[in-house]
Design a protein around this ligand. Sequence first.
Ligand SMILES: [Zn+2]
Length: 245
Amino acid sequence: MNQQYAPPKYGENAFNCPTCSAYTQQQWYEIKLFPSNILKYEATAGLREFDSSTVQSWDVNKENGYLADNLSAVSKCFVCEEVSVWIEGKLVYPNASLAPLPSPDMPEDVAKIYTEARTVSALSSTASTALLRLALEKLLPQVGAKKAKIDVMIGELVSKGLSKEVEKALDSLRVIGNEAVHPGTIDLQDNTEVSIALFKLLNVVVDRMITQPNEINEIYKLIPENKLKGIEDRNSKALKTQKNG
Ligand SMILES: [Zn+2]
């Protein structure tokens, strides 16, 4: 099954760490200007912890227009202990992706390209979409298609009884992916939502074509030999009736 992915969010208690990807708690600090007690008109910058549970209720700050009056904030991951830097409520370091993590059942060579697409997704939707198309091209021969052009491979899988939903997912990845490679009518540059949705689609395809069949086969293996024979007999009987009828 796909893991849930919680993209990094300003002030949030826990999310998937942009450095190590683990879903874990975050310790928040903020760099603030404090009025100096000695020299009334000067201010000093200081680091202090803040309670992330209060962030949701903060109003937009009048001076800087975002949900804090700090100069910048830092969140520290409990797992890898690396920090992420936030300015004006936006994550500026490390370069984080809003795209979900690859399904654990995704074949290794496909997941490698998927991860590369994730890495560039915050910078370029076009680049990430083009990479996802490549990932799809690598995936299809591993789920039953003969190596060919993507369009042909999808056609082959459809002729073998692919479900309509998976066909739609594959064609969305193919057609939108083509737009990234040969620009046409869909503007990917301003369409982060579409490019993030494509990551989800590739995971859906892996779930439906790899994870679910594997799960079903695991259970099916538990059926005793004589019962399997019964199933076989039933199917051949049904087939005969169909032919005669
Ligand atoms: Zn981490």
